[in-house]
Design a protein around this ligand. Sequence first.
Ligand SMILES: NC(=O)c1ccc[n+]([C@@H]2O[C@H](COP(=O)([O-])OP(=O)(O)OC[C@H]3O[C@@H](n4cnc5c(N)ncnc54)[C@H](OP(=O)(O)O)[C@@H]3O)[C@@H](O)[C@H]2O)c1
Length: 192
Amino acid sequence: MIWLQRLLCLLQVQALVQAIEEHIKLRKGQKILIHGGSGGIGSLAIQLAKLHEAYVATTVSTSNIELAKQLGADEVIDYKTNDFTSIIKDYDAVLVAAAEELGNSYKVLKKGGTLVSIVGNADENLAKEHGITAITQMTQTSTSQLKRLGELVDSGKIKPLIDKIFTLNNAKEAFDYFEQKHPRGKVVIKIK
Ligand SMILES: NC(=O)c1ccc[n+]([C@@H]2O[C@H](COP(=O)([O-])OP(=O)(O)OC[C@H]3O[C@@H](n4cnc5c(N)ncnc54)[C@H](OP(=O)(O)O)[C@@H]3O)[C@@H](O)[C@H]2O)c1
């Protein structure tokens, strides 16, 4: 199973590393808000940010609050019932992995903070207005980072969130499931 988990999350974790380590340069004690903490990307981002000993807040829907706590989030905001902008203030960084939350994310950063969007274009004008850096990330792959991240997965320091595994013969059912069931994390088709 380890090889499967490793394959599954390597590319996604690459997106996180680029955001959290290269763009944000997250350090111990800093505060980061991660939108979409119950998704494939967000669930890994929470774990990576905690490995950096940051304080992590995240937005998830009601049914995923417990999951986000188990992943290590210090503060979990239910986006269905709460407005995160009334709770989060003066953060060092925001990682936007849920497009709906991009527009309001500029205002929760302190001056000099960093916003990384992996879901759409960040707004340079809004960034200037708030005195922050806003980055639109298109993830690049790097062999050395992938190798190191593979080790993080193999050692269990980062665990991918898998909703359900299908065989290749059941690929159609896998796509139906993905479209109809609102999976938590990833739906996997096992090739071998
Ligand atoms: N730029 C890049 O290089 C790059 C790389 C990889 C992925 N992406 C993009 O990143 C996004 C996330 O990917 P993913 O694989 O993590 O998707 P995913 O597994 O489908 O997760 C999306 C998550 O967003 C959450 N969500 C929905 N509406 C929300 C809201 N208003 N506030 C907060 N969370 C909300 C959902 O949480 P609930 O289930 O709790 O509702 C869901 O778990 C996608 O748009 C993908 O295309 C970009």
